[in-house]
Design a protein around this ligand. Sequence first.
Ligand code: GLV
Length: 345
Amino acid sequence: MGRFCRADVLVPARHQRSRPLRPKVLITRKIFKESIAHVAKHCDVEINQRDTPLTPQQLIKKLQRKQGVITALTDVISESVLARCPDLKIVCNIAVGFNNFDVKAATRRGVMMTNTPGVLDDTTADLTWCLILAAGRGLIDADRYFRSGKWKGWGLMQFLGHDIHHKILGICGLGRIGARVAKRAKGFEMRILYTGRTRAPQEVERDLDATFVDKQTLLRESDFVTLHVPLSPFTTHYISAAELKLMKPTAVLINASRGPVVDEKALVKALRDGWIAGAGLDVYEHEPRPAPGLARLKNVVLAPHIGSATMETRLKMANKAAENCVAGLTGRRPPNLLNPEVLKA
Ligand code: GLV
């Protein structure tokens, strides 16, 4: 099979009849057959079967005469892409984050944009906890040591990590994912501090036993600092050298939000020079490349952006994007419309 294929090879024969005026949709990455089949019931679908991102030029070329596109967070839908794809009516991200979209430009051009909120909160909170536990206890380094055959038996002073239970967890951004992370922290009997642009309702604070503090207090007092803010111009380098210097030398930084929220070069220095004890990262400033020196450090756990990567959740996300796309192209309001203003216009 070539790099691109039409979806009619993947869907039952009854959906294969080509009908006039069916909208045309591009799916930019490999996704689940079920999700493709849903779109293919209503639209002619072209899929990038290779699981590598399209270059902006390839994307623009493929989007000519297409009304819809299902994108991944690796596809940048900028003003200039939108300007060169005049037939586009809807862009559906398979992600809750949409920092790869220029929503304002899309609104100006009457293009709908959607994301996939609500289905990945628990899964991403689970992965955040994997990072907290693995980074706190040095699990990956210990695993590497064991596999190397160097381990000669138990020793009292070997691989001493940091307790997680009864410590202070600082959550930056107590939104849907941050709140799920907090919920899990209760089982570890942790004290929870949080900060963010807005304070959570009282009942949420009470429910989670979470105390609102300013960013500096959170950084100074927390043993684990976990980031759950969306990426925007306000949160780019939300954690940089100044913030890392405020943290305890025994503290661990966790980032499962977006890479550019952390100044990665400053983080390498902080980890190397002992400003903080460790980090657990799922996202990077310049994916897929880590900052120079990061991958050589032992006190950091590095995951390849797998926050929502479970069978169940990725399927739900792809199906949600497919539903949004079909709704938008068949005259219904997409359930997860980011720019409802386009409908009014
Ligand atoms: C994943 O990173 C997402 O934003 O859904």
